[in-house]
Design a protein around this ligand. Structure first.
Ligand SMILES: Nc1ncnc2c1ncn2[C@@H]1O[C@H](COP(=O)(O)OP(=O)(O)OP(=O)(O)O)[C@@H](O)[C@H]1O
Ligand SMILES: [Mg+2]
Length: 256
């Protein structure tokens, strides 16, 4: 087996007296969709915020391709190839698709010291990314405000691809989507993995997780309580791992 893209070792996060995460060990592999499941407050978002450079861990370390990293900002994580797509997406409604994809990293040329945007090049690049994702968006100049929820997800994924992200993290990407759009986003998730990206997907929808995930990790009360290959577990077992009814979890949580 190849070396994982990212290894999280013994990650802990404390907010004052509250322990949001403790002793989390996790490997994230390129070309794999890893689903992160758990009840409300289990620590999923806190964990991905650590991967995304938004929170420093209180303990533990992150290792990318064998080298320890310490992120002090989301920018640091982005330059290590980690792109996070938050549920709110944070796209700019009145800018075009192409402008959103390049936001903050526009291609520019300088003529007599005056910067000009390389509009054509950016449009072509976005066109290529949208085609590659099979996103069915014909005009990268269209304003994002005119897009459906699923198409917006595609734009956010394009932005991640444009960063040359090696790991794309999606926090509940389908929570607000209709059936057809959900299908599309799930297909995009698989396509990202097929092009060699590592994907972490947070979802409360277990059926959807079984459609796309290679591996399933369950968090409970700030701890990783289970890890399964999707092919070696089922809906019922995953529910019992999340709720704590599963004997493995009961054994872990038994007071001693
Ligand atoms: N910035 C913060 N300050 C204090 N406590 C926090 C902070 N962020 C998260 N927490 C606490 O950490 C715990 C884990 O929260 P987290 O948001 O990671 O859960 P989650 O698994 O993402 O839940 P959900 O499924 O509801 O999104 C919760 O008890 C939460 O109240
Ligand atoms: Mg959350």
């Amino acid at each position: 087996m190849t070396e994982p893209f990212l290894v999280a070792r013994n990650i802990a996060k404390r907010f004052g007296a509250l322990t949001a995460l403790a002793n989390v060990d996790l490997e994230i592999r390129s070309g794999e969709v890893l689903a992160l499941l758990g009840d409300n407050g289990a620590g999923k978002s806190t964990f991905i915020k650590i991967l995304a450079g938004a929170h420093p861990p209180s303990d533990g370390e992150l290792v990318i391709e064998g080298s320890p990293v310490a992120f002090s900002s989301p920018k640091d994580a982005a330059s290590s190839g980690i792109a996070t797509i938050f549920q709110e997406l944070a796209l700019s409604e009145n800018l075009s698709i192409a402008e959103n994809v390049f936001l903050g990293r526009e291609l520019k040329r300088s003529i007599l010291g005056i910067p000009f945007l390389k509009r054509k090049e950016m449009r072509q690049r976005v066109d290529g990314l949208l085609k590659e994702l099979d996103a069915h968006i014909s005009d990268p100049e269209a304003p994002v405000g005119s897009l459906s929820g699923g198409q917006r997800q595609a734009v956010a994924i394009c932005r991640a691809l444009n960063l040359n992200a090696r790991l794309v993290i999606m926090d509940e990407p389908t929570a607000a989507l209709a059936v057809a759009e959900t299908r599309k986003v799930l297909a995009l998730t698989r396509r990202l993995a097929a092009r060699g990206c590592a994907v972490v997907l947070i979802s409360h929808n277990i059926s959807e997780v079984f459609e796309v995930a290679d591996r399933i990790v369950v968090f409970r009360r700030g701890r990783k309580v289970a890890e399964r290959l999707a092919a070696e577990t089922n809906h019922e077992e995953v529910v019992s791992l999340i709720t704590g009814a599963h004997p493995d979890v009961r054994a872990l949580e038994k007071p001693n």
